[in-house]
Design a protein around this ligand. Sequence first.
Ligand code: ADP
Ligand code: MG
Length: 217
Amino acid sequence: MIRVQGLEFRYQRSDFVLRVAELEIADHERVAIVGPSGSGKTTLLNLFAGISTPDRGTVQTAAERVSSMPDSARRRFRVQQVGLVFQEFELLDYLSVFDNILLPYFLSSALRLDDAVRTRARSLATDVEIADKLARNVAKLSQGERQRVALCRALLPRPRLVLADEPTGNLDPSNKHRVVDLLLENAQAAGATLVAVTHDAEVAERFDRVLDMAALQ
Ligand code: ADP
Ligand code: MG
């Protein structure tokens, strides 16, 4: 569940202002966010995740008021409850594909890495057809392959909230649909809330609801 009330956010030294009077995304809902480039889609996901905090208003995510948590609690919340697929992937170039997928387990002592987790990591990689590249350094992957690694990493801990920023932006049509299948199916199986930014009408129409940035202000 995500609930935003009276939100206002500005970057320092920038004219951009994001305002969201009221927004609610229910538990288990799967929502696509659409809107032109520069309209604040990534900014909004960062606010949902607690990466940024609003200047005014509140953001409540998965029963936690992330906008008023101290930094350390927000970081812990993010690792444990939020699966993020960043627009720029944020993979660690010196690690293999497999270790990048397992990364949340290296970063948080609250997540326990065991054989079941490793097996699930391999299975997710198989679902998006990168299982043959698990030992490869991520620096030696195509953009589309990197995007799929980022997706596996986000889904592995079965987060309650999955936030995906243009997760199909670099994919060919068949991989695009495979990634959307994986996102929708995993969210449903895990009872997670899913919010995905997309420019692709074919992708957006597969979600329960489409939220247009223009309608939020
Ligand atoms: P979208 O994801 O919809 O393309 P963003 O949320 O990335 O849009 O950006 C919204 C606006 O905020 C843009 O005008 C962008 O230039 C600006 N912006 C994004 N990040 C920063 C930042 N770190 N500092 C200043 N301005 C930023
Ligand atoms: Mg963006």
